[in-house]
Design a binder for this molecule. Structure first.
Ligand SMILES: *Cc1c(COP(=O)(O)O)cnc(C)c1O
Length: 423
């Protein structure tokens, strides 16, 4: 279909009026995206943080081909199948504590919706009708569906625009010191009769600007939730499977969430799949003689066998290939390469955690120019908010990563010069 304009496509997060023709991808492989015109781009963002093993990993492709021929899809209502059973059992084994009941979804947002529904109904099923709100955090992001938007940062979730339509939640800053810890604990304590759960992105709040917090902070949040008798939902969709240096980010704090959301890299970036995993305690609240106590949720394509086969193959790779070691190597290189950028004009902060590297700027002006410069340099990198960041495939080679950080180092000063021109 070469040369056909995208007259019928509505792009995400895009003002379509006057929008230039988007680039056309035709192939992927390793860390690279190949464009229709033959150009090759190193993917610095792993296709929205999904392609943790790089693209087209033969082990995942083979597993999917095998599953495709046997059974690409079958409904999950009343039927189960080996790929889903195997995946659920493996996730339960990998996750800590009593997190052992897996509800599959077809996207991260839907996994968050299911988690929120679980938390509210957990209370209702126990006869506790007042707890229908959530406590979430500034700079948090939990998806684009309406309930997920309501627990996302008010600016990012466009709370003002959708006022009256989004449920109103309790939104707090991430506590970062003694005093804000105390304020947070008090807020949660005061609202505990209305709040079903606290929802947090552990260690790195990604879409909200790659904001990082330490394990102690996460521990404080978990302890406060426990103290107030409120469930804790860890939304690991962006950080799961090694991104922050451990298989799951929350385990760095040694905490035990009641519900955890998985997604994005769950299938190694090959196909959409997400999961909401609950503890036995949460699950048990849905067991009763009453039909209406059951969890009333069921995405049509939930537990898709092809996606489960991809996820199982992706988990194999964490066993057979040195992913976490690669993350440590990426982290060291990102620290080395990005640190010198902290002193550039316009740069506010440089942050690295695992395979996440972010350069925060005061004002992300000339965004289209910036994106075009990276493409010109052979790098697929998508700055947003106030960060220029990379979350490469965990299999990115040191040479490829050098190309990414070199492009940032080379383009940033020219970008800040533009700023001084226009002022
Ligand atoms: C991407 C993301 C989601 C939403 O996932 P989708 O698959 O895009 O619906 C939810 N939570 C977090 C933390 C995410 O990064």
């Amino acid at each position: 279909m070469s040369g056909v304009p995208t007259a019928h496509i509505w792009l995400p997060y895009t003002q379509m009026q006057g929008h230039p023709e988007p680039l056309r991808a035709v192939r992927t492989g390793g860390s690279r995206i190949i464009l229709e015109d033959g150009r090759e781009l190193i993917d610095a963002v792993a296709s929205w943080w999904t392609a943790c093993h790089g693209y087209n990993h033969p082990h995942i492709v083979m597993a999917m081909e095998k599953q495709l021929n046997a059974m690409p899809h079958v409904m999950f209502g009343g039927l189960v199948h080996e790929p889903a059973e195997k995946l659920a059992a493996r996730l339960a084994l990998m996750l800590p504590g009593a997190l052992n009941r897996v509800f599959f979804a077809d996207s991260g947002s839907v996994a968050v919706e299911a988690a929120m529904k679980m938390a509210v109904q957990y209370r209702l099923n126990r006869g506790d009708t007042g707890r229908t709100r959530f406590l979430s955090f500034r700079d948090g992001y939990h998806g684009d569906t309406l309930a997920a938007m309501s627990v996302t940062d008010p600016d990012e979730g466009m709370h003002a625009l959708f006022k009256g339509y989004l449920p109103e939640q309790v939104i707090a800053p991430i506590p970062r010191d003694e005093q804000s810890n105390a304020t947070f604990r008090q807020l949660l304590h005061e609202r505990r009769d209305q709040v079903a759960a606290v929802i947090v992105e552990p260690i790195v709040q990604c879409a909200g600007g790659m904001k990082m917090h330490d394990a102690a902070t996460l521990k404080t949040i978990a302890a406060a939730a426990k103290e107030s008798g409120v469930l804790l939902i860890c939304d690991e969709i962006a950080v799961n499977f090694g991104r922050t240096g451990t298989l799951f980010a929350h385990s760095q704090a040694g905490i035990a969430p009641d519900i955890i959301c998985l997604g994005k890299a769950l299938t190694g970036g090959a196909i959409n799949l997400a999961a909401t995993v609950a503890t036995a305690d949460v699950f048990d609240a849905f067991l009763s003689d009453r039909a209406e106590d059951a969890l009333m949720h069921g995405p049509t394509y939930m537990g898709n066998p092809l996606a489960c086969a991809a996820a199982n193959a992706s988990l194999d790779l964490f066993d057979t290939e040195p992913r976490l070691q690669q993350v440590a190597t990426i982290e060291a290189q990102l620290q080395r390469d990005l640190a010198p950028m902290a002193t550039l004009p316009g740069v506010v902060d440089v942050r690295v955690k695992g395979a996440v590297g972010a350069v925060q700027v005061a004002d992300l002006h000339h965004l289209d120019w910036l994106k075009a410069q990276f493409v010109e340099a052979g790098i697929w990198l998508r700055p947003f908010g106030n960060v220029i960041y990379t979350m490469p495939p965990l299999t990115v080679t040191p040479a490829e990563l050098s190309e990414i950080t070199r492009a940032i180092a080379e383009i940033l000063p020219r970008w800040s010069a533009l700023e001084s021109d226009t002022r």
